[in-house]
Design a binder for this molecule. Structure first.
Ligand SMILES: Cc1ncc(COP(=O)(O)O)c(C=O)c1O
Length: 465
């Protein structure tokens, strides 16, 4: 009632249905700490937030992120129409669950699940949740096995490379597993069987491998590590699973190079995650985790809830979430099919190659991921560039609106500074041309400018920046 009276006291122009926005709301600072006492018209609230968000970068020029920044209007429409459905309410929204299960079936076949296996899986908020769930299942399987053998189960360890995403470190810390991380070296930014072998013991719950690393887009030697683990299984009886982090590559390689062996065709690959919101081509908020067979997932991690109506098994870290991601994913599956995904991935790869080759040809850059598997271009500045760094270049490009990430690699390759360009579906050849010319102009400007002393120091400390 009070709200209505307040609104009635406003002048017509302030009621929110006037043709223009009331200056009352535009001459004051927006609430930042306290919930405001009074309401404001919907259109004023909308416009205030909308305008402020113009300060964000233009998603189409965001080449730093792997996450989808463009979808077809019809895909977007199906997502918006269902944004108010809580995905977890399977009893209330049974058809959404049916569609989710179809996505799992499609992914299982895309990742070459063997016929004799009953592959299971679930959607997640993204690859981080998917990875934690996948690794947790391996920890539990290992623990149950050790318990059954009457052996200690208090010192689990996990092996992966420093090329893994931060969510792998998070898993080790949050779930109390010793992290045996293989450092990088200058010139080697992925892991192989020789590096993994000395770290393995009977307490290894899993070996983590990456199909397209966040840092350079390169791929760990998954097939070789699988062979090593098969040998160890035969010799010592330790059945150590591989989890493949296919966050980006899981939606690229099956289409760009279907014969490349990385998935459930390899015997020890027991779980795979993939980000629907990266090359799955869906807006942020959807990832997937699949286990090769239902036996690879420990039953004691499944919870049954009855308070949503019906009996509902759940095995996600998260509970409530919207249904948009799952439905957007299914839209892409039936709309694009293998043909469409292959088309998109090959275009992205062609444009990434075009960019990489031209940047190298300029003599100013050295490409790190030659023969790229992901449509990303990871570059360092050529050794002859002395008076600016990739950090300066990234900042200079920002002035034009481009967002390009620049970072140093993790231990022991910290001296290597990289600039990374992620090519996505909506990045056309014309945009690539504009980007190339903008990069060249930015390099010329930087070459002419005097670098501040502290930055000169940084370059000396990082000789191959
Ligand atoms: C290889 C890899 N794994 C995991 C993640 C985390 O994915 P998400 O952001 O979907 O949680 C990323 C994100 O870029 C990634 O590149």
């Amino acid at each position: 009632m009070k709200k209505k009276n307040d609104l009635e006291q406003l002048k017509d122009s302030e009621k929110g249905h006037a043709s223009t926005y009331s200056s009352r709301y535009f001459k004051e600072s927006v609430p930042k700490f306290e919930l405001p006492e009074k309401s404001m018209p919907a259109n004023a609230a909308y416009q205030l937030i909308h305008d402020e968000l113009n300060m964000d970068c233009n998603p189409a020029l965001n080449l730093a992120s792997f996450v989808t920044t463009w979808m077809e209007p019809e895909g977007q429409k199906i997502m918006m129409e269902n944004m108010h459905k809580n995905f977890i309410d399977h009893d209330e929204y049974p058809q959404t669950e049916v569609i989710h299960n179809r996505c799992i079936n499609i992914l299982a076949r895309l990742f070459n699940s063997p016929k004799e296996c009953k592959t299971i899986g679930t959607c997640t908020v993204g690859s981080s949740e998917a990875i934690m769930l996948g690794l947790l299942a391996h920890k539990w399987k290992w623990k149950n096995r050790r318990k059954a053998e009457n052996k200690p189960y208090d010192k689990p360890n996990i092996i992966f490379g420093a090329d893994a995403h931060i969510c792998w470190d998070k898993f080790a810390k949050y779930f109390d597993v010793e992290m045996r991380m293989i450092p990088m070296e200058k010139g080697r930014y992925v892991i192989n069987a020789d590096l993994v072998k000395p770290l393995i013991d009977e307490n290894t719950i899993c070996v983590g491998t990456i199909l397209g690393t966040t840092f350079t887009g390169q791929v760990d030697a998954i097939e070789e590590i699988n062979t090593l683990l098969l040998e160890i299984k035969k010799e010592k009886g330790w059945d150590i699973p591989i989890h493949v982090d296919g966050a980006s590559g899981g939606f690229v390689v099956p289409f760009s190079d279907p014969s490349y062996l990385w998935d459930f065709r390899l015997e020890q690959v027991k779980s795979i995650n993939v980000s629907g919101h990266k090359y799955g081509l869906v807006y942020p908020g959807v990832g997937w985790i699949l286990w090769r067979d239902e036996n690879d997932f420990p039953e004691d991690l499944i919870f049954n809830v009855n308070y949503l109506g019906g009996k509902m098994p759940t095995y996600t870290l998260n509970f409530s979430r919207n249904s948009m991601g799952v439905l957007g994913q299914y839209y892409n599956f039936i709309r694009l099919g293998r043909e469409g995904y292959a088309h998109v991935m090959k275009n992205c790869l062609a444009n990434a190659q075009y960019l990489g080759q031209n940047l190298e040809k300029s003599g100013k850059f050295h490409m790190i991921n030659q023969g790229q598997i992901l449509p990303i271009v990871a570059l360092r500045l050529a050794d002859n560039i002395k008076n600016f760094t990739v950090f300066h270049l990234s900042a200079e490009m920002r002035k034009r609106g481009w967002v390009i990430s620049a970072y140093t690699l993790p231990a022991n390759a910290e001296e290597v500074a990289i600039m990374r360009i992620v090519v996505k579906e909506n990045f056309s050849r014309e945009m690539a041309e504009i980007l190339l010319s903008d990069i060249m102009e930015a390099c010329e400007r930087l070459a002419k400018s005097q670098m501040p002393d502290e930055d000169q120091d940084k370059v000396r400390k990082h000789p191959i920046c």
